[in-house]
Ligand binder design. Structure first.
Ligand code: AR6
Length: 171
């Protein structure tokens, strides 16, 4: 299928702290408990404030590869979409399918909530150990499937050097 030129601009890369982004939703790379943790999860809980934990305590967690939505509370973003990526065990334990499912679940929720803009951290590439380049390829390939449904899909890299691994060309 031919892609229109304008669709290309839906996908963007930025560097820095995702909690600062004033988009409709930022994605949290959470764990199965949804009760917070280190990395981007900790940063999001700190920036969103204590009402986030008060709510996620009632939500019963989230299976790997799925997603849940909460308000953004004190964040500039209106919503937080919490997803749980796979722990990297070498690639032979369904990690790629689970990571694709995590991205797909977030993007599907964004469409259901009629959101126009969403920003992703590099899910699973920190504590969970997923090789960055492989994870980035899955992220971009999955996001291309949603470029007709959203105006802006941002890949937010915390470390400046990670942005070089993200190739936005359609795969
Ligand atoms: N903004 C954007 N990206 C960030 C930020 C930030 N403020 N902070 C870190 N990153 P990680 P995971 C990047 O470890 O691998 C937590 O304890 C970071 O450079 O946050 O999915 C959860 O509770 C990396 O590229 O998430 C889980 O237990 C990416 O975010 C576990 O870690 C993901 O790193 C999830 O591990």
């Amino acid at each position: 299928m031919k892609r229109s030129v304008s669709k290309k601009d839906v996908l963007q890369v930025c560097t820095g702290d995702i909690t600062r982004l004033a988009v409709d939703a930022i994605v949290n790379a959470a764990n199965n408990s949804l009760l917070g943790g280190s990395g981007v999860d900790g940063a999001i809980h700190r920036a969103a404030g204590p009402r986030l934990l008060a709510l996620t305590r009632t939500m019963g967690g989230c299976p790997t590869g799925q997603a849940r939505i909460t308000p953004g509370f004190d964040l500039p973003a209106r919503w937080i979409i919490h997803t749980v990526g796979p722990v990297w065990h070498g690639g032979g334990q369904g990690e790629a399918a689970l990571l694709r499912s995590a991205y797909e679940s977030c993007l599907t929720l964004a469409v259901e909530y009629r959101l126009r803009s969403i920003a992703f951290p590099a899910i699973s590439t920190g504590v969970y150990g997923y090789p960055f380049a492989e994870a980035a390829e899955i992220a971009v390939r999955t996001a291309w499937g949603f470029t007709s449904d959203l105006d802006t899909i941002i890949f937010c890299c915390f470390r400046e050097q990670d942005a070089a691994f993200i190739n936005l060309a359609p795969i």
